[in-house]
Each structure stands twice: as structure tokens, then as C-alpha cells.
Ligand binder design. Structure first.
Ligand code: SF4
Length: 371
């Protein structure tokens, strides 16, 4: 069987910083973007032949806001990837934000076939207090225009944002579900160093409580299920057949190459991370996939990773596959953790999983399996 792997390209530009964001991103500027894309192509070229043979079957542009570099550069990057690696893409995703001036057809013509749009909320007050640069009506209009071009669109929704209620969150996902086949729903993590952290510490902005945020998650999930959009991973919901093929690779512990500043990759049993510095990256320092930080994954860690990642999914861990892949016996290897998490987990004869109603305890369960 031909080996396959995904390719992740990080484009760290944004038009401004959202108040809650601690991702690696910098303010977009034409000169910097041109230099960055050249460095990116250089990194991709210099990686050709470095890894064992595999067909690249998914490509994912994440950010930042990858669409900001423009469709022409996206096309150049895709061409460079295809020139350097055997490729048969079954999915080419690009993250974007609701921008009024975006020409969606140009990105489709560049080779993108799936969009992931950062909507976050369809409530104007929540958007404003979160530092988003679009209104609810602009987001709805962007989805409408993108929908005329793309048949596969996902929207990101954030839960636990300022001025958000269970009702407004449900209304957001309900409207999204009317036109989309995939929704990703994340709970806000208030990170130190962000503008939102400061406002909350200074008590100029308040956030919903943790319990309210969990209620939002449950209510939004119920609403999505009503509309035929099912959870397949703790934060991801899709109409059957529209699950993100690229992201599934992460949870199935499959290989992917990562290119760009702050990109991560996993191939030939090595995990690596490029530096979180645009200047170092452009200068060609410490990158080239494996040049920055990298480590070989021990077989013990590989087993723990496989369990931890699979437990994020609704399907859970394929025990037969795990035993065959690692020459191990899952139930004896993890007997202590399984015993401790007995109330939270179930086994159907093939898949070991967290009970559907308990999936939000995933980080607790994962910790037990990683001891
Ligand atoms: S658009 Fe996304 S990556 Fe950019 S600042 Fe906002 S949350 Fe962060």
C-alpha cells in the first residue's frame, strides 16, 4: 500500500490581533509577505528528498490568515509542493476570515477546495469585545459569497467569549448549520499576555463562567446534531463524509510535513517544530524541517500519543489496530489508567473511547494514560 502523508503550511499574517489570540501571527505587510512566501518555497524545495517516500494527499494552509497572501501566492506554493513531493490531493484547505473584498473563485482556481472561515460568533457585541474585525452581517455575507464557489466550507466558532450567552451561541451555530457542512467549536482559553487577559484582569470585561461555557457547548452540540452535523472529534462537527481529512491525520497519528515559521511536522518517527520567528525564518535560519527543534519519538511515547489523540475522537481508539501497530496489548499496557477511568470510558469490542457524554473530560483521561 502506498504511504500517504499530509502537508501543513503556516502563514502567520493577520490584519490585526484578536483580543484573545496567542497564536504566532504578525501584522500583514506586502513586503514581508513576499519575502515570507519566497522563504517558504525555499524550505519546501530544500525538504524534497529528505523524508521517506510518501504521497501527499492533504494540504492545509493554516494561520494567521493565509488568504491574506493572495491567490497567486497560494497557487505558487501549491505548485512548489507538487514539484517537490509526489502529490494526489484529496483535500486542499485554507483558513480565511470574513473579508469583504476576497475573490473566492481565485482561491478555488489556485487549487483550494475547502475553506475554514473564522466566524467565531454571529453576535456583534461579542465580535466587538473579542477584537474581531468583522460584523455578524459581514460574516453571513462572506459565507453566502464563499458558498457560491465552495461546496466544502467549515466555520470556526469560539465559546466563552465576552457578552456571549447560551442563547446567542446556539443562534450562531444554528444559522451556520443552515448553510455549512462542518463546524469547529473551541472553548476560549484565556491566555496570559493577550489583550483579553488584561481586560478581564482589570475587570473592564467579564467572561461567561466555565459552567456556562460548558452549557454553551452542550446546547450547541445538540443544535448541530438536530441539523445533521455530528461530532467526530471533541471540537469538530460535520455532516457525514465532510470530516476534515487533514485534521483526522493528527488524531489518527498519521504523518504530516509542516512548513513555515512556527510550523510543526511529524514524519519518519521524528517530531519537529520550526522557530516562532518570522525574521529567523526569512533569513533561512534554523528551519528546513528538522533544523530547529526535533526529537525521535520513543516507542513508549508513540503508544501514549496514539491513545491520547484517538481519545479526542468520538470513535475512539481502534484497539486491534493499536495492538498490531505497536505489537502491544492495549488492555495490559494501560490497565491502571483503564481502571481509573472506568466510569468515563467504554469498549465496544473494537473501539475504546470516552463515553460520548463525558468527552469534555478528555484532558483528565489523557493525563491518566500519559503517566
Ligand atoms: S485572525 Fe486568527 S490568528 Fe489572526 S489574530 Fe485573530 S485569532 Fe489570531
Amino acid at each position: 500500500m502506498t504511504k500517504t502523508r499530509g502537508i501543513y503550511i503556516h502563514i502567520p499574517f493577520c490584519t490585526g490581533k484578536c483580543f484573545y489570540c496567542d497564536f504566532y501571527s504578525v501584522k500583514a505587510n506586502e513586503n514581508l509577505m513576499a519575502k515570507y512566501v519566497s522563504a517558504l518555497k525555499c524550505e519546501i524545495r530544500s525538504s524534497a528528498g529528505k523524508f521517506s517516500e510518501a504521497v501527499a494527499d492533504t494540504l492545509y494552509f493554516g494561520g494567521g490568515t493565509p488568504s491574506l497572501v493572495g491567490a497567486e501566492r497560494i497557487a505558487e506554493i501549491i505548485k512548489t509542493v507538487k514539484d517537490c513531493f509526489p502529490a494526489a490531493f484529496g483535500e486542499v484547505s485554507m483558513e480565511c476570515n470574513p473579508q469583504p473584498d476576497i475573490d473566492y473563485a481565485a482561491y478555488r482556481d489556485a487549487g483550494v477546495d475547502r475553506l475554514s472561515m473564522g466566524v467565531q460568533s454571529l453576535d456583534d457585541e461579542t465580535l466587538r469585545l473579542s477584537g474581531r474585525r468583522h460584523s455578524a452581517s459581514e460574516a453571513a455575507e462572506a459565507l453566502e459569497r464563499a458558498g457560491r464557489v465552495f461546496g466544502n466550507i467549515s466555520a470556526d466558532v469560539m465559546l466563552g467569549l465576552p457578552a456571549q450567552s447560551v442563547r446567542s451561541a446556539v443562534e450562531t451555530v444554528s444559522r451556520l448549520a443552515e448553510r455549512l457542512k462542518h463546524v469547529s467549536m473551541y472553548m476560549l482559553k484565556l491566555e496570559k499576555g493577550t489583550a483579553l487577559y488584561k481586560s478581564v484582569s482589570e475587570k473592564t470585561v467579564s467572561l461567561p463562567s466555565e459552567d456556562e461555557t460548558v452549557d454553551m457547548y452542550d446546547a450547541c452540540m445538540a443544535e448541530l446534531h438536530k441539523k445533521g452535523i455530528y461530532r467526530y472529534e471533541i471540537s469538530n462537527f460535520a455532516v457525514k463524509g465532510f470530516e476534515s481529512r487533514h485534521n483526522l491525520k493528527y488524531w489518527h497519528r498519521e504523518e504530516y510535513l509542516g512548513f513555515g515559521a512556527a510550523a510543526h511536522g511529524f514524519a519518519d518517527n521524528i517530531r519537529y517544530a520550526n522557530p516562532r520567528s518570522l525574521n529567523a525564518y526569512i533569513a533561512g535560519l534554523n528551519f528546513a524541517s528538522g533544523g530547529a527543534e526535533s526529537y525521535a519519538v520513543s516507542s513508549e511515547d508513540a503508544e501514549e500519543e496514539a491513545v491520547m489523540l484517538a481519545l479526542r475522537t468520538d470513535k475512539g481508539l481502534d484497539v486491534e489496530r493499536f495492538n498490531a501497530e505497536f505489537g502491544s496489548d492495549f488492555f495490559s499496557r494501560f490497565s491502571d489508567a483503564i481502571e481509573k477511568c472506568r466510569e468515563l470510558t467504554e469498549f465496544d469490542g473494537r473501539f475504546f473511547r470516552i463515553k460520548p457524554r463525558k468527552l469534555l473530560f478528555e484532558s483528565y483521561v489523557a493525563r491518566e494514560f500519559m503517566r
